[in-house]
Design a binder for this molecule. Structure first.
Ligand code: PFF
Ligand code: NA
Length: 452
């Protein structure tokens, strides 16, 4: 493999991985999950799963990418061959590719909503609107397959374009502009919400908890969220890790990713809840928190259209930097395996995922009540796809941690990790026993929910 496929700088992997990690999961999903699951109680379990499961698996995934220097499917084929283990481990790559198609398909639809709200905010068309108007505006958006498809198409095409330009010209250059801009917007939003909103109420909500709020459902949600938010178990991080120069420190980078991702989720959560409480609104609106409750808060505040517009641009930028990391592993595989050129590979990935996304589009309107999926499984197509990712990502993560923990030798791991023996032993204990046990536990809890 040529140096063409290595990031230009030591720090580019961190930039790319943070671009992948920070996304709708931080800005949209984390705040509403915390809102629904008792605030501080959710945060506590989330922190535990993040460090006991997230960090070790994140390290394992980068490790597999960097030591194989191939796209996930070919990389796992290579590693299982050189270790004389079963080819079944290659399924890590296949499972990841399946997740990538599925997640990108609905991620793009939801990012499309943010495109709509960016537009509504910067044109000032929501200024002063009341709750009923804003709620019915969101309903009208969801009711329109045409509009949803248009936004979905624009978003996925833009993401494909960046990946199509290649890892240097597209991904690196794009992220080098995008990520600092996003950080600046995030800080502006935080400052604005501290001035206009009720930061004390937000902090109280996020940082205090009652033991009675700890629920099994909360554990499930927290575990699913820690995989989703760190982009784990689906090859995105493995693919980016394959381009990581040998000298960059792996465990320090992994820790930085988790700290930054969590900080963004917390800052977004504080800002959103400060605005929501400041406008006397409820924190437990679920997925509508960002698209109904928050626009309403902006509508009532001075300068709300402008800051609201900036907020949705932040959401869009964070979503696009995540979407490109879902395209890259599959595109890289198609190039490696079938000798396609990059444009063809990206087009194949994006068009398939786009078509799959139509299932989610229709789930919000023509299939909202009745669909083949409801009849067969009792959930919408969107619900089914989301559920599948909450099975596939932890399953992928489980296999990644088992392979890295049991198949790789001490020497191989140390060659990449280059840390103290003590930290190595800790990490290996976590990936061998703790993460697999935690994931298995959550699966056992989740199975009864499937038919309920
Ligand atoms: N980590 C992203 C987020 O929090 O929004 C979502 C994601 C990106 C999941 C990339 C999976 C992935 F491969
Ligand atoms: Na995230």
């Amino acid at each position: 493999m040529s140096t063409n496929n290595i990031w230009t700088h030591k720090g580019t992997f961190l930039l790319a991985a943070v671009g992948s990690a920070v996304g709708l999961g931080n800005l949209w999903r984390f705040p509403y999950l915390a809102g629904e699951n008792g605030g501080g109680a959710f945060l506590l379990i989330y922190a535990v799963t993040l460090f006991a499961v997230g960090v070790p698996i994140l390290i394992a995934e980068i490790l597999l990418g960097r030591s194989s220097r191939r796209s996930p499917i070919m990389g796992m084929r290579f590693l299982s061959r050189t270790h004389g283990t079963s080819r079944a481990w290659e399924s890590i790559g296949w499972l990841g590719a399946a997740s990538a198609f599925i997640i990108l398909s609905f991620y793009s639809v939801i990012a499309g909503w943010a495109l709509h709200y960016t537009w509504r905010m910067i044109t000032g068309s929501l200024a002063g609107a009341d709750a009923a108007t804003i709620a019915s505006g969101f309903d009208a958006l969801l009711a329109s397959p045409a509009l949803l498809t248009l936004y979905h198409t624009l978003f996925i095409a833009a993401s494909g374009l960046i990946v199509g330009l290649g890892i240097h010209r597209g991904i690196e250059n794009g992220l080098r502009v995008l990520m600092p801009a996003l950080l600046a917007i995030l800080l502006v939003i935080l400052a604005y919400s501290a001035m206009q909103g009720d930061m004390n109420a937000a902090a109280r909500f996020l940082f205090t908890f009652q033991l009675s709020d700890l629920s099994v459902a909360g554990w499930l949600a927290a575990m699913g969220q820690s995989f989703f938010t760190l982009s784990l178990g689906m090859g995105a991080i493995m693919a980016y890790g394959a381009y990581m120069p040998g000298e960059a420190s792996l465990s320090r980078t992994a820790l930085a990713i988790v700290v930054i991702d969590t900080a963004v989720a917390l800052i977004a959560g504080l800002a959103i809840f400060a605005l929501v409480f400041g406008a006397d609104l409820a924190p437990d609106e679920g997925p509508g928190l960002m698209f109904v409750t928050l626009p309403l808060a902006f509508a009532e505040m001075p300068g709300g259209s402008l800051v609201g517009g900036a907020f949705f641009i932040l959401v869009l930028g964070a979503a696009i930097s995540s979407a490109i990391s879902m395209i890259e592993p599959v595109a890289a595989f198609l190039v490696e395996r079938f000798d396609l050129n990059r444009a063809q590979a990206v087009a194949a990935m994006v068009i398939t995922s786009w078509a799959l996304g139509l299932l989610s589009v229709f789930s919000f309107n023509v299939w909202a009540e009745h669909s083949p999926f409801h009849e067969l499984l009792g959930l919408s197509a969107f619900g089914l796809l989301e559920l599948l990712t909450h099975i596939f990502m932890p399953l992928g993560g489980l296999m990644i941690s088992l392979f890295a923990g049991w198949a790789l030798t001490h020497g191989e791991v140390m060659k990449e990790l280059r840390t103290s023996e003590g930290w190595f032993q800790t990490w290996r204990f976590l990936v061998r026993f703790v993460s697999p046990a935690a994931v298995a536990f959550v699966f056992l809890q989740a199975i009864p929910q499937l038919d309920g």
